[in-house]
Design a protein around this ligand. Sequence first.
Ligand SMILES: Cc1cc2nc3c(=O)[nH]c(=O)nc-3n(C[C@H](O)[C@H](O)[C@H](O)COP(=O)(O)O)c2cc1C
Length: 190
Amino acid sequence: MRVNFGKETFLYPMPVLLIGTYDEECRPNLMNAAWGGIHDTNQLFLCLSSSHKTTKNIKLKREFTVSLGNKKHLDIVDYVGLESGNDVDKIKKANLTVFKSDHIDAPLFREFEMALELRVKELIDDGVTTYVIADIENVNCEDSCLTNSKIDYKKLGLISFDPVNNKYIELGESVGDAFSIGNTLINNNE
Ligand SMILES: Cc1cc2nc3c(=O)[nH]c(=O)nc-3n(C[C@H](O)[C@H](O)[C@H](O)COP(=O)(O)O)c2cc1C
């Protein structure tokens, strides 16, 4: 029997996006966001509360980074989703190591080895929520997390957000080749 759960913001997998921004005095900030993903080719979207420090910073600079959350720094990942840069210096409290992106006016963090560097294409603010569409200008990754020159999600220790149980989940094993394993059915005429 199929069980219905009604209107819920449930989806698997949901990302753990860490949004890095600078404010008007170039002070870095980082926040956790699960409501976001790929919008189009080389574009990302985010759904942000308009009151967040991050949202204000994005409106100001129109550039930001998105680092991918990892298991190694789970406490920091969650922490930056609990307190606001409007109230505290989260970077200092979490003892994060910041360096500036070479491509945009936004911070990167040594603790999170893979990041996207983004420039705002469109902002829609309905007074409560700000919807952001941004162009991906660059993707960077520490060479320690590459295998055969390709990004290795296992070395990154990437995690996903579980909206049903409010948990972080570690990404598991590869189970098949995309754009390939389905070929077995294309020639199946039965
Ligand atoms: C797992 C998790 C996911 C979150 N996802 C979002 C999100 O997608 N959009 C959002 O506006 N806030 C989200 N938040 C809440 C913000 O991260 C939180 O309010 C944070 O304090 C905002 O920081 P800032 O004011 O420094 O920008 C999330 C928090 C957690 C813990």
